[in-house]
Design a protein around this ligand. Sequence first.
Ligand code: FAD
Length: 542
Amino acid sequence: MSEARTLDALIVGAGFAGLYMLHKLRQDGFTAQVVEKGSGVGGTWFWNRYPGARCDIPSIEYSYSFDAELEAEWRWSERYAAQPEILRYLEHVAERFDLMRDIALETLVTSARWDEGKGRWLVETDGGDAFDVQFPILATGALSEPKQPDIPGLENFEGQVLHSAMWDDGADLAGKNVCHFGTGSTGIQVVGEVAKAAKQLTVFQRTPNFAVPGGNHPLPGDYLEDLLPRYPELRERARTSPLGWFHGAWEGSAKADDPDAREERLEKAWKAGTTGLLQAYEDLLFDEESNSYAADFARRKIAELVDDPEKARKLTPHGYPMGSRRLCTEVDFYEAMNRDNVALVDVREEPVVTVTAHSVKTDKGEYPADVIILATGFDACVGAIKAIDIRGRDGRSIRDEWDNGPRAYLGLAVEGFPNMFTITGPGSPSVLSNVVVSIEQHVEWVARCMVDMRDAGQPVIEATAEAETAWMEHAHEVAHSTLFPRANSWYQGHTKDGRQVFMPYVGGVGAYRAKCEEIAANGYEGFVLRGTDEMQQKDAVA
Ligand SMILES: Cc1cc2nc3c(=O)[nH]c(=O)nc-3n(C[C@H](O)[C@H](O)[C@H](O)COP(=O)(O)OP(=O)(O)OC[C@H]3O[C@@H](n4cnc5c(N)ncnc54)[C@H](O)[C@@H]3O)c2cc1C
């Protein structure tokens, strides 16, 4: 191990969060370094290079707002930019703000250890680098640790296996037999594109998801001229809105509306694209009956869009409220289902028995495979943090503790792990919001906290157990006042005794921001600020 480099902060991850965190800390006069395991910056948009990858929140909203000049100079080509364009944007940001000189690529953080006496962390990497830092900042991403599915016999397969989050740029699917697993947001994007290239595509589906056409389109050349004068106001609206979007839900209750008016409104919302359908009425995520009208509407759309009634039946979601699992954006997914070269297997009706060297066998048939695609998602919200061996006070391990369900104060800090911050951690709006809005809020809050600590001469901050428990209980309560917990989804974590922990905070981006600001203004309520043991010893000697 090399001699430890001393810094104020080590930022883990070079996605939207890590890049802005570095820029902000530099502006505030801190020494900071980013370490990133990938060979480039961009995070999600560096790794997820599968065909069809694009954002599902309009790019003019899903982008940084912290710099007006950046806003004024970058032009998005489409309503929902595709992965290569978002990656170019993030590379541009890294270059524009001269960030690369403090970013170490191809460097995996493996461990972090708290030294109570010094009030500092020793962070180590796979390459033997070590950092002696006051603040480790985990900008490791809520959706960055790919989940490997448990498919029997997968190890027998002799063809190519592609995970959507570790895509091989050179993969050529033209004329191939492809078996595809996963029909969540990513899987639905992959299928729409791969169907066009593959000879035969067999889609293995476990849970049908609601999917709404994205309504993507090129942005007119002069869109920015129109937008720029309104941008500050729209950005501010997003910051104070429930989900971090420019526009909130349309007023009114679906169940209280007249049936014809309701149909008309749902049609309009469907055409607005993507999450528009969830915004059709303000009670869709709170009231089961209201939700059922929108869900039935979406089910009727599937029947209209998918020609084969048997495929349509399998694709039709039942048993959970619409939106309680992530609502997917589809581009050519239903169209793919109408192609002769696309088959759909519902693994609940036709379980996979084994993968062989060149096929996938179910209890009813055998499907040839040259390539297997796994669009099976992530160990959401916690995976990337648990992957690091983090030892806090008294050697406590975050991995062990979060095995019993994640807990954090405001999704920003964890009791027992002083000075460690988690950007979009569990218990914050994170994946239930426009994540860039949530990232900016966390980055700015953390930087302000570090400045306040510096000004106060108190180098250590730690959440109290009481505040953390109260926050998690509040987050649980809020989640259960909505329909979100009614579905078995990746939003849920679990305790060892099987209780659910709803990981993202559902209380709204705006309300959450106000709470974080109030806590900071009140001297960091729920945190203890203190000196280090070494400072106390020096004082005692003096
Ligand atoms: C396919 C896809 C589409 C998405 N679309 C949207 C969307 O439309 N709207 C939206 O709001 N959100 C979307 N998201 C969520 C998306 O993850 C966030 O919007 C955002 O990009 C997260 O940025 P981040 O910097 O927090 O994390 P990430 O972009 O995930 O970056 C984290 C980085 O940390 C690195 N890292 C992790 N652990 C370590 C370690 N131990 N050592 C070194 N480096 C490490 C990773 O390699 C990664 O590069 C999408 C996610 C996916 C997967």
